[in-house]
Design a protein around this ligand. Structure first.
Ligand SMILES: Nc1ncnc2c1ncn2[C@@H]1O[C@H](COP(=O)(O)OP(=O)(O)OP(=O)(O)O)[C@@H](O)[C@H]1O
Length: 296
């Protein structure tokens, strides 16, 4: 990938970033990648590979020991001051017992634009209404957030990110615990946001869906192993490097699959969420997505 383009387009630029926690543990070392605006990038790695640490570095929650992060061409603190970064958290990171209404959670996305007393303006209310409509959650606006299903909660946090009008959107495991319909809603929304020029980084274990909607992939294992266009980066060899022995992997071919001499084979790779399916000759297998109708 071309770093210059990301810098010119003002996307996410992570350059030689090292993060060492206070206990001396280095969770990320010399990580570098660049992604331009108007793109969706998958962040893929095993548990503990540094995905959350990278998100925290991008949001300025942990100090970067070395290197630098730039968002839309600006240093992190400036981007945060300008309210440019929206974050959709993992469900486990949220205290669901906290008594707050759905519409109030979405309004939190507007706080950075309000004055000291946080009195919502007409525009703030309009943005909240629009955001709730976009994720199909308007009819739940007076519900307590803790009373919603996992998928509905996710949609509320997406609405909060929409209401914020952030240009950089970070999504931490948006598909965990959601049904297929919600997954489709989230994917469609992300595509729309991409078309609007936002830059999105999405951590996911849902390997099967990466080629469907992520045009770029960052592979992470304590550092960035590789990054770039999904069709070039999201390869079997790279996934094996990224996941080591954690992935389950099986291949079906020969007479188990074909009645003739066809040498093409299927490979299924999974870390227990939606599997990635590859098909073709052994040395040039390609990903199969929902939209692939023929595999004659
Ligand atoms: N506050 C902290 N202090 C010290 N070490 C930490 C801290 N937070 C995370 N780590 C360590 O840093 C490494 C990377 O953790 P991180 O949470 O970034 O991984 P992750 O890829 O997000 O994992 P998961 O997929 O489970 O969310 C792990 O070894 C973890 O134990």
């Amino acid at each position: 990938m071309n770093d210059l383009r990301a810098i010119e387009d003002g996307g996410i630029n992570v350059s030689h970033v090292t993060v060492t926690y206070r206990n001396g543990h280095t969770a990320l070392k010399e990580a570098s990648f660049s992604i331009p605006r108007g793109t969706i990038t998958a962040l893929v790695g095993v548990n503990g590979s540094g995905k959350s640490t990278l998100f925290k570095a991008i949001m300025g929650f942990v100090p970067v020991t070395e290197g630098q992060v730039k968002l839309l061409g600006k240093p992190v603190q400036e981007a945060l001051r300008n309210n440019l970064v929206a974050y959709v958290p993992q469900s486990e990171d949220v205290d669901w017992d906290f008594p707050v209404l759905v519409e109030d959670v979405v309004m939190m996305g507007r706080y950075g634009k309000m004055g000291f007393f946080r009195i919502p303006s007409k525009r703030d209310r309009e943005m909240v209404d629009q955001a709730l409509d976009r994720v199909n959650m308007a009819k739940y606006r007076k519900r307590q957030i803790g009373e919603l299903s996992g998928g509905q909660k996710k949609r509320v946090f997406l609405a909060r990110a929409l209401a914020q009008e952030g240009e950089v959107i970070l999504l931490d495991e948006p598909f965990t615990g959601v049904d297929v319909k919600t997954e489709d809603t989230i994917v469609q929304l992300m595509r729309d946001l991409r078309d609007e020029g936002k830059v999105m980084l999405v951590s996911t274990h849902n390997l099967g869906s990466v080629p469907e909607f992520c045009d770029r992939t960052v592979l992470i294992k304590g550092t960035v192993l590789d990054y770039g266009l999904t069709e070039k980066t999201f390869t079997q060899a790279n996934l094996e490097k990224t996941f080591g022995g954690v992935l389950r992997h099986f291949v079906l071919g020969g007479s188990d699959l074909h009645d003739d001499e066809d040498t093409r084979q299927f490979a299924v790779i999974t870390d227990d969420e939606r599997p990635l399916v590859l098909y073709g000759e052994e040395d040039k297998m390609e990903t199969q997505t929902k939209s692939d109708k023929s595999n004659d």
